[in-house]
Design a protein around this ligand. Structure first.
Ligand code: HEC
Ligand code: HEC
Length: 292
């Protein structure tokens, strides 16, 4: 009961503890002062010069008094310790929760000032001009709010994805617009700041939206043209009109589903999240535009 009342709010618990402590301290002061006054009134002899209690008194009155005091102290400890122990998990949990919320808030602020210009204020992606091989091209910044679902559907597990996120932020992606942010790699952010941003990204994850059409040309236009060019003849990504001269149909399907993560040049995102029918439509579309 005591514990559950305390657990309602750790601040109330702390306040009760502080007020209780102060009350005990005040009581001690009053008792000491009163004793001192009583002593003075009785006889103005310093206590060290007053005769001590007799053997008889020591074995009865004084002994019982000390035993009572000990008993009370023991009772207080016996009640306080379990109450404290009982309350502790709730206190820890509420503290952890408040620290987690704080971390996410800090990460959100960092994201909005440092990353949103490219990845979008709500982390839904963007596109910026970027010069590759002397040619200015549109480079798509990935929508980070889908990053877990996107990579999961592309065949990776959660720990791998978290590592990919940390690596991308800490090291950057050389050969792409993604800058280096981690202090150990020459960036401006310490590991705690990177942690807060990752916590924020984890807090806003959503499932990657499945395609609403199976029109291959429309799917290509909406998702692929920005990197492979409106005519599929290449941009940030390679020319796909000769794709089946380089790769088999199965390889093409697999690349589109799983993507291809490169750490020193542009990557191909994973598109399995679009759904199997959409992937099949895209492969058929690529087949249909092959030049011979
Ligand atoms: C100048 C634009 C730019 C800025 C600023 C930027 N990014 Fe990026 N980021 C990119 C691009 C472009 C990519 C994709 C690179 C590639 O193709 O491999 C990327 C990739 C990523 C990835 C990996 C995505 C994936 O699908 O593998 C993460 C995570 C990421 N950025 C996080 C951040 C964070 C966090 C910040 C802010 C601290 C940030 N980025 C700032 C442009 C930017
Ligand atoms: C953010 C840019 C980007 C987007 C968007 C993108 N791709 Fe790619 N794609 C690439 C890059 C870069 C490569 C080359 C990867 C490499 O060299 O390892 C690539 C490679 C490929 C390949 C393999 C090419 C080869 O010969 O190895 C196929 C197939 C492909 N993309 C299809 C698609 C389809 C279909 C879509 C749309 C659903 C798409 N891509 C969207 C950047 C992109």
């Amino acid at each position: 009961m005591v514990a559950s009342i305390l657990a309602i709010n750790s601040r109330v618990g702390t306040a009760i503890a502080v007020i209780g402590g102060l009350a005990v301290f005040g009581l001690l002061l009053v008792v000491t002062a009163a004793g001192e006054l009583r002593g003075r009134r009785k006889a103005r002899i310093p206590s060290a010069f007053r005769p001590g209690p007799s053997d008889e008194e020591l074995e009865s009155k004084v002994l019982i008094r000390y035993m009572l005091l000990g008993g009370v102290a023991l009772l207080i400890i016996a009640l306080w310790l379990p109450a404290y122990w009982w309350h502790e998990p709730a206190r820890l949990a509420s503290k952890q929760k408040s620290i987690a919320t704080e971390t996410v808030d800090q990460g959100k602020q960092q994201f909005q000032t440092l990353c949103a210009q490219c990845h979008g204020l709500d982390a839904s992606g963007g596109a910026r001009d970027y010069v590759i091989d002397g040619i200015s091209r549109k480079y798509a910044e990935p929508p980070l709010k889908y990053i877990y679902d996107r990579y999961t559907k592309g065949g990776r597990n959660t720990d791998d994805i978290t590592q990919i996120i940390y690596d991308a932020i800490n090291r950057g992606r050389p050969g792409t617009p993604m800058p280096t942010w981690g202090l150990p790699f020459g960036g401006p952010l310490n590991s705690r700041q990177v942690d807060t941003i990752v916590a924020f990204l984890q807090s806003i994850q959503q499932p990657f939206p499945e395609a609403t059409t199976i029109d291959g040309a429309a799917l290509f236009e909406a998702n692929c043209a920005i990197c492979h060019g409106a005519n599929a003849k290449g941009g940030v990504g390679p020319n796909l009109t000769v794709e089946l001269q380089r790769n088999t149909r199965d390889e093409v399907t697999k690349t589109i589903m799983d993507g291809r993560l490169n750490i020193n040049r542009p990557s191909m995102p994973a598109w399995a999240g679009l759904g199997d029918p959409a992937i099949e439509a895209l492969v058929q579309f690529i087949e249909s535009i092959q030049v011979r």
